[in-house]
Ligand binder design. Structure first.
Ligand code: ADP
Ligand code: MG
Length: 250
């Protein structure tokens, strides 16, 4: 089943075409990796999908509904979320409090009829479960600012998961991390696989080829290939345009 269909999505910045008629589909339950050189338009595409950037033309259909004109919060309410870097305000909260706030933002009205004490209990139980899911269960009372760099990235994933997404957009979740932290994030993404559909921008080709069911390759704003890892690895145009410069794990 197709969860997300992107149809000829284009975005210009002045004379620069950042995404040029990008068409791709993301299947429910899959991990779909988006790769390509720096400046290829990967983040621009993610921003259009999350709703932080309006496309010039094209359509975004999520779960059968055209959401191209929907605001970001409307997309989140429908189950399309992305992770963001934690802000300084959030860094003052414990991991648990931060995630509980995110859970509350999602479920505020659905908890309306609950008694305050039970409501609070439900929020914190769910927040604790989300932190367990990302491997931060033992760190729930730690202020976000005191978490290690890699743990903060895990918390960012937790904050996105707290909105209960069906499709989670991740733009370089391993960026700036050491090998151990990257390995932990790859493990986490592997555990999420199947439970939530992932559209992942990542430069670590070993991780991409290990995790992804489908890989799409963006070069100068154009999608040059989309398919299973084996087909992408064997694709001559992809090798010439991108993979040739990288160490491709086999
Ligand atoms: P990637 O994430 O693949 O590295 P980006 O989507 O960030 O690529 O950028 C694609 C192109 O669009 C780049 O040439 C970049 O300089 C340009 N670009 C991105 N955002 C903006 C912006 N807000 N204003 C002008 N140009 C931008
Ligand atoms: Mg980018």
């Amino acid at each position: 089943m197709t969860l997300l269909a992107v149809d000829r999505l284009s975005k210009r910045f002045g004379g620069l075409v950042a995404t040029e008629a990008v068409t791709l589909t993301v299947e429910a339950g899959s991990v779909h990796a988006l790769i390509g050189p720096n400046g290829a338009g990967k983040s621009t595409l993610i921003n259009q999908l999350s709703g932080s950037l309006a496309p010039d033309s094209g359509r975004i259909v999520f779960d059968g509904e055209d959401i191209t004109a929907r605001a970001m919060h409307e997309r989140v309410a429908r189950g399309l979320a992305r992770s963001y870097q934690i802000t300084n305000v959030f860094k003052r909260f414990s991991a648990l409090d931060g995630v509980a706030l995110a859970v509350q933002a999602r479920s505020g009205s659905s908890l309306r009829f609950w008694q305050p004490v039970r409501r609070e209990r439900a929020l914190f139980d769910e927040a604790a479960a989300v932190l367990d899911r990302v491997g931060l269960g033992a760190r729930k009372d730690t202020p976000a600012a005191a978490l290690a760099h890699g743990e903060q990235r895990q918390l960012e994933v937790a904050l996105a998961l707290a909105t209960n997404p069906r499709l989670l957009l991740l733009d370089e979740p391993m960026a700036g991390q050491g090998p151990d932290e990257s390995a932990r994030m790859i493990e986490l993404l592997g555990q999420l696989k199947g439970g939530v559909t992932l559209l992942l921008v990542e430069h670590d080709m070993e991780a991409v080829f290990r995790l992804a069911d489908t890989i799409s390759v963006l070069v100068y704003g154009r999608l040059i290939a989309s398919g299973p890892p084996a087909a992408i690895r064997a694709n001559e145009e992809v090798r010439r345009a991108y993979l040739g410069e990288e160490e491709v794990a086999t």
